[in-house]
Design a protein around this ligand. Sequence first.
Ligand SMILES: O=P(O)(O)OC[C@H]1O[C@H](O[C@H]2O[C@H](CO)[C@@H](O)[C@H](O)[C@H]2O)[C@H](O)[C@@H](O)[C@@H]1O
Length: 198
Amino acid sequence: MMSIAKEKKVVIFLDYDGTLSPIVDDPDCAFMSNSMRLALNKVAQYFPTCIISGRRRDKVYDFVKLNNVYYVGSHGMDIMAPLKCSVNASTSFHEKAVDEKVIEIRPSIKWDKGRALEYLLDTLGFGNNGDAIPLYIGDDKTDEDAFMVLKNRGEGYPIIVSSIPKDTKASYSLRDPSEVMCFLLQLFRWKRSSSADS
Ligand SMILES: O=P(O)(O)OC[C@H]1O[C@H](O[C@H]2O[C@H](CO)[C@@H](O)[C@H](O)[C@H]2O)[C@H](O)[C@@H](O)[C@@H]1O
């Protein structure tokens, strides 16, 4: 993957519950660890990074509290981009600046995590030009739509988070959020060292 990634732009998509935070009994206590937050912040410095959750977008932001990632809530219905990122304002988004310095985009059609992934890739300028390596990491059934999109596009890495074998469209797996964190840190270190070399 690292050799392919030298030529292309890695774009990271992550689910929240079960991927960035462990599954716990009380949904209001699904806190992300500080070490995971640091890892996420690091990769987001080098790669466009998007969190796509079934939760409301503001709830996910409350847990993550980073301003350099995209937040996609309600299974893709509600998208918030960091202002710094290059959102193409000429496409047909409903767009408005809000207090926390974000652009809010609300698609109005039938939507799921797979469609949100395609929409964001388009928005970031990676429609179907083969210039991106999208990684999608998720643990539940709603993430399968996104795995399917990557399969159909024939590009990227659909990665399921599971410690047991599962019926899935993903081609790769990580066991749990701690392995997700290690993976993110490896990506960060690889990019940092390859940037220093060039
Ligand atoms: O798309 P996600 O970010 O994975 O969100 C999916 C649902 O996650 C939450 O429920 C799950 O996690 C809870 C906390 O660990 C757990 O208690 C629950 O059993 C899981 O289903 C959240 O509460 C839902 O609203 C999300 O749709």
